[in-house]
Design a protein around this ligand. Sequence first.
Ligand SMILES: *Cc1c(COP(=O)(O)O)cnc(C)c1O
Length: 427
Amino acid sequence: MKRERSAELYEKAKRFLPGGVNSPVRAFKSVGGDPFFVKEGRGSKIYDVDGNEYIDYVCSWGPLILGHAHPEVLSFVKEVAEKGTSFGIPCELEVSMAEAVVEAVPSIEKVRFVNSGTEATMSAIRLARGYTKRNKVVKFEGCYHGHVDYLLVKAGSGVLTFGIPGTPGVPEDFARHTLLARFNDLSSVESLFEKYGEDIACVILEPVMGNAGVIPPKEGFLQGLREITERYGALLIFDEVITGFRVSYGGAQKLYQVEPDLTCLGKIIGGGFPVGAYGGRAEIMDHVAPDGPVYQAGTLSGNPVAMAAGLKTLEILRRDNPYEELERKRKRLADEAKRLFEAKGIPVWINGVASMSCIFFTEGPVETYDDAVKSDTKLYSKFFWALLENGVYFAPSQFEAAFVSVAHTDKDIDRTLYAIEAALKKI
Ligand SMILES: *Cc1c(COP(=O)(O)O)cnc(C)c1O
């Protein structure tokens, strides 16, 4: 496959953009080699600037549950955009969108729209701190909540301790109130609460981990977190930026029947435009300005074009209820891929929930972040490039989810399996 035009653009991009990109994963660093530049997308496919076609399992990292350039979403966006793209004045679409979110997500009574998932988690934590008048935040190793300063904290050796910033530019003081626990390990949470319970404002997590590959919660884990946080008067925050409207129309809280105090949303609710949101019980949300003292604002928040894309996306999901069919396609791909790997004698472990999944290059099982990082990332990289050569785009990192969209057909899956078989001959 030729990618000459992409190579030229990348050289130019590196002159003007740090790393040639506007978000680090796009540079393909973790699989080695250079990125391709996309020209357009339609349904389940994307086309690069050299004219190559790929079946896309990244789907803009999650938002595109309906696939690329969905005609109904596009035509509504066009209709709305033609009347003006931003006002900073209340508009009806914000109200309709809020109503749709409140109706769908069990624990949300009121919601505030922002412009990204990062803003959503940052604001939800500010609110949790303002509401509880406490400082500390419990987060889990391997969970990603956007690039919020005090949430960019790594576990290091896995010792549970005060956070150490995972990046230069974050003063140690900022991470001082971040406590690390282990996903699917309630005792790690319990012991943090025993020690710091009086000052813990909230526990934040992805109810299904989607940024360390895909790791589902073990039976009782989310319930256990609900119980511990209630016992200590801390808030439970589900970061459903990926899982919201993805693992079910009501998100992970509906699927697992556990209601958090606050929920963060993003990705799908923007229908391909920059949107985030946080919401919860009215009694908590009423602490947000202008009703309450916790300040949070945004020039472009709730802008009509993004609201239109999100609203139409939710409308289609509610109307067509594609969730069973999405899960069937994801399972079919996973089961048949598994057989291909077995036949080749390459040990992999495949996790999946609804339409999100991950092939870990390790024997498994993968139930924790520690299990995930045992994966053979070098082998994954070879697999990634071999697949790309065969017209299938998986994420350029072992630790990302693969998404099946409404637009993926069984024929796409057949072609993907054929590409996997061909790739396995090469690695
Ligand atoms: C993508 C993501 C975010 C950050 O959202 P941005 O829109 O990239 O700021 C936060 N939390 C989770 C779980 C995510 O997957």
